[in-house]
Design a protein around this ligand. Structure first.
Ligand SMILES: CCOC(=O)c1ccc(NC(=O)c2c3c(nn2-c2ccccc2)CCN(S(=O)(=O)c2cccs2)C3)cc1
Length: 233
């Protein structure tokens, strides 16, 4: 049984990434609005647009703190951001959703999201994903590292130097694997289950792309930043 230990530089790397990840939470006022009194579908949709837009801004800031990210080719940085934005948002959403919220808040939040003009067939996979993430009871280090691994996916469209991205991703995968072994000694499959969620996440982002077309049909408006990152309009 090899002794798993996290090196000093790996500890420093985790500290940088977790701090950056925690630096931005949903603007409390926006999250509170979602929980407040009854809104129409249009207002719920608008709130989600606002939240998704702020999440993209936060994502850009977060990537600047991923060791090595800024030394990647500029265009590859953009390709990684565009390729992972939706997945990072759903990972973040799952974490918000499964966080200890005052009782009843989760139901209200779910209600608001269900009544926001989003097509029904998208709701099921989305909430199933939120529940499957919630069941993992990830600690914040695992959440931050899993998001970083999602961003550093080498085979996103238009990435030129995939090897460079792969090297960065492997660094994060290695420390996450060790953390899972140390954090969940009774569950040797835990790391594999975490990575399995990334597959679920990709499926969800394909649903999301389809959903966007249906929204365009019934002329839902998005912000310029969301149009840019999602390649719509
Ligand atoms: C500042 C840091 O930002 C965060 O921490 C953060 C966390 C979560 C979110 N989440 C969301 O915006 C969000 C969305 C959905 N749910 N959901 C959600 C919100 C709270 C809890 C759980 C889930 C479904 C539809 N999409 S959408 O992008 O397709 C969309 C459809 C219509 C217009 S935009 C958005 C945002 C920011």
């Amino acid at each position: 049984k090899e002794k798993v230990e996290i090196t000093k530089e790996q500890q420093a790397l985790v500290k940088v990434v977790v701090e950056a990840y925690n630096r931005h939470q949903i603007p409390q006022d926006v999250a509170k609005k979602l929980l407040q009194d009854q809104y129409s579908a249009e207002e719920n949709f608008l709130l989600l647009t606002e939240m998704a837009t702020s999440q993209v801004q936060v994502l850009v800031e977060f990537t600047k703190n991923i060791p090595g990210f800024l030394s990647l080719d500029r265009e590859d940085q953009i390709a990684l951001l565009k390729g992972s934005a939706v997945e990072a948002m759903f990972l973040r959403s799952a974490q918000v959703f499964s966080k200890k919220m005052p009782n009843g808040h989760t139901e209200v939040l779910e209600e608001r999201i269900r009544k926001s003009g989003i097509s029904e067939e998208f709701m099921t996979p989305m909430f199933n994903f939120y529940k499957s993430i919630g069941e993992l009871h990830m600690v914040e280090e695992e959440q931050a590292l899993l998001t970083t691994i999602t961003i550093l996916t080498p085979d996103r469209p238009y990435v030129k130097d995939q090897q460079a991205v792969e090297r960065l991703q492997e660094t994060i995968l290695d420390v996450l694997r060790k953390m899972c072994v140390l954090q969940h000694p009774q569950d040797p499959q835990y790391f594999a289950r975490l990575l399995g969620r990334l597959t679920e996440l990709r499926t969800l982002s394909h649903y999301h792309a389809e959903m966007l077309t249906s929204w365009r049909v019934n002329d839902h408006k998005f912000t310029p930043l969301l149009c840019e990152i999602w390649d719509v309009q």
